[in-house]
Design a protein around this ligand. Sequence first.
Ligand code: G3P
Length: 221
Amino acid sequence: MKLFLDTANVAQVSEIASWGMLDGVTTNPSLVAKEGKDGSTSSPQVFKKTVLEMCKLVPCVSAQVTAVDSEGMIKQGKEYAAWHKHVVVKVPMTTEGLKAVSFFSKKGIKTNVTLVFSSAQAILAAKAGATIISPFIGRLDDQGEDGMGLIAEILEVWENYQFKTEVLVASTRHPRHVVDAARLGAHICTLPYDVFKKLPNHALTDNGLKKFLADWESVKK
Ligand code: G3P
């Protein structure tokens, strides 16, 4: 399973990429806005710079269109895709979005269909030729639904067909989501920075290392 970082912060990408196992980054307009409350990060020049810096660090960077009509999405998406071959054009799961994804698919432009909350939406996006779909599990859990259950259902559907579309588990909230996604065979899981930072930690690892080093020191001449 590929692991992505869900952020618009280049320093965070650089830090986690330095661990040597980061496969990609997912951004969205809210994450971009969070990085610059004055609107600076969402200006076209700064957004492009941010995406390009991330493209130097990882092989897959989702950049979301903000147009809501297919023509606008296509215009923005073509521009993003021309920035760097690592860019994946993120498109919302709407009928306009499906039209845009179908266009991008025919042109060989990679897409990530976001805001997926049902298997029916997942099937439509895959049939339109999405490279990736992003079901938001945390937001389903937040309203009392079963987010990981949706991932299981989508992957069950995928077993019946030859969809090449990768299932990206998004809106994750804690490290257990990574394991549950991997057990189900999801292709990708994206994690916020604070959740990613928790993954390598275990108290027994820390205590074990402390004891190894103390024992080593105690016999050193
Ligand atoms: O990449 C988008 C997705 O992960 C959003 O997560 O926490 O805003 O529901 P969240």
